[in-house]
Design a protein around this ligand. Sequence first.
Ligand code: ZN
Length: 115
Amino acid sequence: MHELSIANSILEAVQAEAARRGGVCVRSVGVRVGEWSGVVPEALEFGFEALVKDTAWKSLKLQIERCPRRQRCTACGHEFAVDGYEWNCPACNSSQTVPISGDELEIAYLEVEGP
Ligand SMILES: [Zn+2]
């Protein structure tokens, strides 16, 4: 399962960061998942829970922020969220648009215990 290995890399990154900060207790980790990243957020959540269950990290929460696909029009510079498969620029109707976001898969933040 693709999402399980991603969940594993997220956990490893959190553990490394916690160790780097002197063993702080991480309460939650925020992850940005683009609509077009190929990752199913529900499957990622499920995989993550299964992974931390019965470990010292069981209280760690995964918070997923979904990012919609956005395109920029190369003709007029307009930026817009893609609705379905409508790639044309809503401002000037040009079909020359390029993706600017929506395929993210990255850790956005860590929430740690204490001050
Ligand atoms: Zn345009």
